[in-house]
Design a protein around this ligand. Structure first.
Ligand SMILES: [Zn+2]
Length: 261
């Protein structure tokens, strides 16, 4: 995963105070693919048919816009990560702005057409007053250790793929710590102790915020639900099959285990 902060290159600003013509454009199509030219951002959209264009601040000292247009093939952000980490990092923000604008054109409460706010990244309903902000879904991921072994599980929706760490979405009404204990109990049936938060990562596939934890095994036998989780077992570090990319916080957690134990 990328260690630098998005704010090293980006200054957030959602007002309409931009002045220059010199700008960067993050242009997405309906499949959330990013349009690039020679693997670089587009800097001129004057000839392009755009569905919408939103100013989102300064990127690398230029005005920066999220644009939606129709084109056949762009780059999946996961591909972008492999050849330009900076572009990927900013792209994770831009694609969420793109998604938010597309999906809140009408009020989910009363159905009226929404209006964009002048200062905030917010779409407001002129009829009922409901405010529509971008939606982020918090999710937990946890590296559970039993001495020199790491617990990994095989998810039913990834049956062809290797084992992964325990992860899941935070449910309404629970804390993130409660979410970890619940997910671990539901997916593998064990109890954990010494739960510790480590770090987080924006994961826009489609709109998660991943919160990474470590924990130690406390008690119980592994018991998978057979539905969401097919198999789960303890791995020594030399038994772990690594991901092909280091894009995710999951890979970072696994690397951390390998380096430490
Ligand atoms: Zn409304």
């Amino acid at each position: 995963m990328i260690k630098k902060s998005i704010y090293e290159d980006y200054e957030i600003n959602f007002s309409d105070t931009y002045t220059s013509d010199d700008a960067y454009y993050f242009i997405f199509n309906e499949n959330r693919e990013l349009l690039l030219e020679n693997k670089e951002l587009i800097t001129d959209i004057s000839e392009m048919n755009v569905n919408f264009s939103l100013f989102i601040g300064k990127y690398k000292n230029k005005d920066c816009f999220v644009v939606n247009s129709s084109f056949e093939k762009g780059f999946d952000l996961r591909e972008v990560y492999e050849f330009n980490k900076d572009l990927y990092l900013m792209g994770t923000k831009a694609v969420l702005v793109n998604d938010w604008y597309i999906s809140h054109q009408f009020c989910g409460r009363c159905g009226a057409k929404t209006q964009i706010d002048e200062k905030d990244m917010m779409l407001k309903c002129p009829e009922c007053g409901q405010m529509h902000y971008p939606r982020i879904a918090p999710a937990i991921i946890v590296a559970i250790r039993n001495e020199d072994k790491l617990l990994m599980a095989q998810h039913s929706y990834h049956e062809t793929i290797r084992y992964a760490l325990i992860a899941g979405f935070v449910e309404p009404g629970e804390s993130i710590e409660e979410a970890v204990h619940r997910e671990v109990s539901e997916e593998v049936g064990i109890k954990i102790k010494n739960l510790k938060y480590l770090k987080s990562q924006s994961w826009p596939f489609p709109n998660s915020l991943m919160l990474a934890f470590e924990a130690e095994y406390e008690s119980g036998d592994i018991k998978v639900d057979g539905d969401e989780i097919v198999k789960a077992k303890w791995f020594k570090k030399d038994e772990i099959i690594r991901y092909s990319s280091d894009i995710s916080i999951s890979d970072w957690l696994i690397q951390r285990f390998i380096d430490t134990y």
